[in-house]
Design a binder for this molecule. Structure first.
Ligand SMILES: Cc1cc2nc3c(=O)[nH]c(=O)nc-3n(C[C@H](O)[C@H](O)[C@H](O)COP(=O)(O)O)c2cc1C
Length: 136
C-alpha cells in the first residue's frame, strides 16, 4: 500500500461544470478501486491525498499528472504505508471538500489519529493543515 499527496493549480478557465464532472468521476472511480483519501478544492488549488494498493496509486497518479484540468503539480509525499490512514474516516469513502463547513469532521479525525503516533499520518496531517492555513 502507498499514499501520495500533491498540490496543483486549477487549469485556466476551469468551469463549475467541469469541476462537478471531475468530482463525480473521482468519487465513483475511487469507490470502485478502494482508494481512500481527500481532495480539497480551495482558492483555485487542488490538494489531494490518495492511498491504496501501490500499483493502483502509481497508475492513478500517472493519469492525474497528465490531466489538463490542472497544472503545476507538486508532489509533497510519496510513501509506502502499512495500512490506509483514511480507512476509518468517512466510512472508508473518499472525501471531496469544496465547502469548509464540513471540515470539523476531518480535524476531529486528525486529532484522533495523531495520537496513534503513526509517522505517515502525522506528515499527512501536517501537509493538509498547512495547505488549509495558507489558503484561507
Ligand atoms: C485534481 C485532480 C484529481 C483527480 N483525482 C482522481 C482520483 O482520485 N481518482 C480518479 O480515478 N481520477 C482522478 N482524476 C481524474 C484522472 O486524471 C483521470 O481523468 C481519471 O482517472 C479517468 O482516467 P481514464 O478514463 O483514462 O481511466 C483527477 C483529476 C484531477 C484534475
Amino acid at each position: 500500500m502507498k499514499a501520495i499527496c500533491y498540490i496543483s493549480n486549477f487549469a485556466k478557465g476551469l468551469s463549475h461544470k467541469t469541476i462537478n464532472e471531475l468530482i463525480e468521476n473521482v468519487n465513483s472511480n475511487n469507490t470502485q478501486e478502494h482508494i481512500t483519501g481527500l481532495l480539497i478544492l480551495k482558492n483555485k488549488h487542488f490538494f489531494q491525498i490518495i492511498e491504496g494498493e501501490s500499483q493502483k496509486i502509481d497508475t492513478l497518479f500517472q493519469k492525474i499528472k497528465k490531466d489538463k484540468r490542472h497544472k503545476g503539480i507538486i508532489k509533497l509525499l510519496d510513501t509506502d504505508i502499512e495500512g490506509k490512514i483514511f480507512n476509518d474516516y468517512n466510512g472508508g469513502k473518499f472525501e471531496i471538500f469544496q465547502k469548509y463547513a464540513d471540515m470539523k469532521k476531518l480535524y476531529l479525525y486528525f486529532n484522533w489519529i495523531k495520537n496513534a503516533n503513526y509517522l505517515p499520518a502525522e506528515k499527512l496531517i501536517h501537509l493538509t493543515t498547512n495547505f488549509l492555513k495558507h489558503n484561507t
